[in-house]
Design a protein around this ligand. Sequence first.
Ligand SMILES: [Zn+2]
Length: 138
Amino acid sequence: MKEIESTECVITGETLKPNEKRQGTDIIELKTCLKCKISKPHTEFNKQKINKNGLYSYCKCCSREQYKSYFEKNKEKIRLNHRKDYEKFGDKWKITRKKYSSTNLDQIRKSSKKYRDNNREKINEKIRKRYKEISNLD
Ligand SMILES: [Zn+2]
């Protein structure tokens, strides 16, 4: 059986701990990372269901690097997209709010006045109780 010479990632220089190399048995299934070209145990690969063996082609540290560089390269784009989303959502929210308040404001006002009129005693009682609670705290 071929020994694992190195499980060091050329990108990040990360090395695997000895106990990660052996998982109880001496037979470890290795997979070669497409990026750093190093054969690593399957545990060093993220799972991906659509792949034949259920693993990513890149090892964990390479995919991490890839993600990082993707993020670095597309930072502006990602930020712009977020802003666009925010603007889109924000506008929608503003419009909905405006629409809602102009058509319903009167109604809200009326119904809350009605509620207050109908429940004056209840509300007063609540306020008294709350006030008592607060003053009891001292
Ligand atoms: Zn790799």
